[in-house]
Design a protein around this ligand. Structure first.
Ligand SMILES: NC(=O)c1ccc[n+]([C@@H]2O[C@H](COP(=O)([O-])OP(=O)(O)OC[C@H]3O[C@@H](n4cnc5c(N)ncnc54)[C@H](OP(=O)(O)O)[C@@H]3O)[C@@H](O)[C@H]2O)c1
Length: 272
């Protein structure tokens, strides 16, 4: 049986729709991944073939002031899942990179996280790759879904309330519909072989700024709210974010035979 941890989040809920009864689902209530006794007992009592870890401390700015909490969920938790679960697909992030690149990031490019969130996620990747017997790390970015909190929902809420909004135009990446990532995970699970240890990148296709993304959300939602492009420097935030974090997805496409949807098609689907 598959196990999805962090099942109450956006990706966890999308995975439930895709995998249905092929998996069991543990939210934070059912399994706190930072509690070693709980993790050990959970695996001792069940026959888990493969864990898909969607649990994370994702509050990027808050992590700067609460590094210990971020470290527990993003680094210690994955290490415990790897130690007791043995076979793990772990979800990570583009924030392991520093954003200083002129081309999409490849899996073997040098990592240099700029934030506590990025550093703790990178430590989680390393722990899983070291401790598990089978470890697949999937780095993704700009996740959104009908579930949970995300940029699309925030823009729709603000767009309905305001006549104009400032959105940064100097951070470039690719939005990722969590439903597409969930479908990709379902497709690759049967192709994960024992002993495999590897890192892959997954996002939707296309490279845009948050400003472009916000404009598309307003247009597709039928809102007249004007989106004004602003620089990140004029938008103070605790954590530094990578300026360019587009992920190169050739490896996952080729290795698992995936075809990856264009970001705008996926956004249209989600809003529909
Ligand atoms: N969201 C993004 O834009 C983005 C970008 C790049 C990578 N990622 C990665 O993609 C993965 C999925 O992200 P997401 O957007 O689906 O996250 P999400 O919606 O924030 O869900 C994360 C889930 O983890 C749970 N959780 C937190 N601490 C836990 C613990 N100690 N034990 C068990 N569960 C715990 C949370 O529960 P509570 O709600 O109770 O805290 C939440 O349900 C994560 O690895 C994330 O780092 C996300």
């Amino acid at each position: 049986m598959l196990l999805v941890t962090g099942a109450g989040g956006q990706l966890g809920q999308e995975l439930r729709l895709v995998l249905g009864e092929k998996a069991m689902y543990a939210g934070r209530q059912e399994l706190d991944i930072t509690d070693e006794h709980a993790v050990k007992a959970f695996f001792a009592a069940r026959d888990v073939e493969l864990v898909i870890n969607c649990a994370a401390y994702n509050a990027v700015d808050q992590a700067e002031d609460d590094a210990q909490a971020a470290e527990r969920v993003n680094s210690l938790g994955p290490a415990l899942l790897a130690r007791y679960g043995r076979r793990v697909i772990h979800i990570s992030t583009d924030y392991v990179f520093d954003g200083a690149s002129a081309r999409p990031w490849r899996e073997d490019d040098e990592t240099r996280p700029l934030s506590v969130y990025g550093r703790t996620k990178l430590a989680g990747e390393r722990a899983v790759l070291e401790e598990a017997e089978t470890a697949v790390v999937i780095r993704t970015q700009w996740l959104y879904s009908r579930f949970g909190k995300n940029f699309v929902k925030t823009m729709r809420r603000l767009g309905a309330e305001h006549s104009s909004l400032n959105v940064v135009y100097d951070q470039t990446g690719s939005p990722t519909a969590a439903s597409d990532l969930a479908a990709a995970l379902a497709a690759l699970v049967p192709q994960v072989t024992p002993g495999m240890k590897d890192v892959f990148h997954y996002s939707n296709e296309g490279a845009i700024s948050w400003y472009d993304f916000a404009c598309a959300i307003m247009r597709l939602s039928g809102y007249s709210c004007t989106v004004c492009p602003v620089e990140s420097a004029s938008w103070p935030s605790r954590a530094v974010r990578p300026a360019y974090s587009v992920l190169n997805k050739s490896k996952i496409r080729q290795r698992f035979g995936l075809s990856i949807p264009w970001w705008l098609d996926s956004l249209e689907n989600c809003l529909r």
